[in-house]
Design a protein around this ligand. Structure first.
Ligand SMILES: NC(=O)c1ccc[n+]([C@@H]2O[C@H](COP(=O)([O-])OP(=O)(O)OC[C@H]3O[C@@H](n4cnc5c(N)ncnc54)[C@H](OP(=O)(O)O)[C@@H]3O)[C@@H](O)[C@H]2O)c1
Length: 281
């Protein structure tokens, strides 16, 4: 296994670091000496993590930036606030996500697609020049094996409110988009100092399914849940240890893993990229 990257003076921005997998990831990065910037919807709900990070001996001061991924305006404001800090950026961790929430984002995209993919797509584009200035940088995007549960991407459905009652089908599309985005970003950045990884964290005991109907929740639990501490390990592996030569790959259990056929469809990845670019222009 490759050695851990040197972490002194490194800066990481993580979305949704206040709870769940993101909280553990943020804490572990801070414990390793990384300066962590948490971008999220609520400073109040993030304060306990910021306090815990600040209390770590020798840890650089953590920061919070407001970010609602359901609003492209908010994504632009968050990126602008980060750039105004004049910090370097070595790690961007696109972790935030929702499942089961229904409706449209502020900009008229299906909720799961807009938050899980499109907001992160724009955030990454806006921060890419800063990532490219670092001696080595990584973009880690938390996808899911749920990407296997969709036969493809219905482009028209992305402009309509969530159709299914559980939102599971739409969640699967958004997680396929996460994976394809990371693969295409890796392809575009081949030969540069920025590498990209997407991953399935495991089926983790978090609040991600809090808004799905009550009757679905026991079915999700039947699959056996791992702890957020266990669930953060593949993100941390991709952020700190995965070789740059594996840029663009999809990981599970801290190893590169073969995605479903749609997840390997680079024509689909390019079409998603072009449409995402047009939608966020
Ligand atoms: N749990 C699993 O079994 C599982 C499996 C596969 C993949 N994943 C993926 O793992 C990632 C982390 O999920 P988790 O399980 O840790 O869930 P979680 O505990 O529900 O955390 C989700 C995070 O996303 C944030 N978020 C949601 N909507 C947002 C928005 N509009 N703008 C900004 N932030 C937003 C939440 O912030 P608030 O506190 O403001 O809501 C929270 O910080 C997600 O990408 C998820 O798809 C999870």
């Amino acid at each position: 296994m490759p050695a851990e990257l040197p972490l002194k003076n490194q800066v990481a921005l993580i979305t949704g670091g206040n709870v769940g997998i993101g909280r553990v990831t943020a804490m572990e990065l801070a414990r390793s000496g990384v300066q962590v910037v948490i971008a999220g919807r609520s400073r109040e709900r993030t304060q306990p993590v910021l306090d815990a990070m600040a209390a770590l001996p020798g840890a650089p001061a953590p920061l919070f930036l407001p970010l609602d991924l359901a609003s492209l305006h908010s994504v632009r404001a968050c990126a602008a606030q980060f750039l105004a800090l004049s910090l370097p950026l070595h790690l961007l961790i696109n972790n935030a996500g929702l499942a089961g929430a229904r409706g449209l984002t502020e900009d008229g995209f299906e909720m799961a697609f807009g938050v899980n993919h499109l907001g992160h797509f724009l955030l990454t584009q806006l921060l890419l020049p800063t990532l490219q200035q670092a001696p080595a940088a990584r973009v880690v995007t938390v996808s899911s094996r749920a990407h296997k549960r969709t036969p493809g991407i219905d482009w028209d459905a992305l402009r309509r409110p969530t159709q299914t009652r559980t939102g599971i089908r739409e969640y699967a599309v958004s997680k396929l988009a996460n994976l394809l985005f990371s693969a295409e970003l890796g392809r575009r950045l081949a030969g540069t100092k920025v590498s990209t990884y997407s991953l399935h964290p495991g089926v983790v005991d978090t609040e991600i399914w809090r808004v799905v109907p009550q009757w679905v929740r026991p079915l999700l639990r039947l699959r056996g849940l791992i702890t957020p501490e266990e669930g953060a390990q593949t993100t941390l592996h991709c952020a700190l240890r995965a070789p740059a030569s594996e840029s663009g790959l999809y990981y599970a259990d801290c190893r590169p893993t073969r995605p479903a056929r749609n997840g390997r469809d680079m024509a689909l990845a390019q079409e998603l990229w072009q449409r995402s670019e047009a939608w966020t222009r």
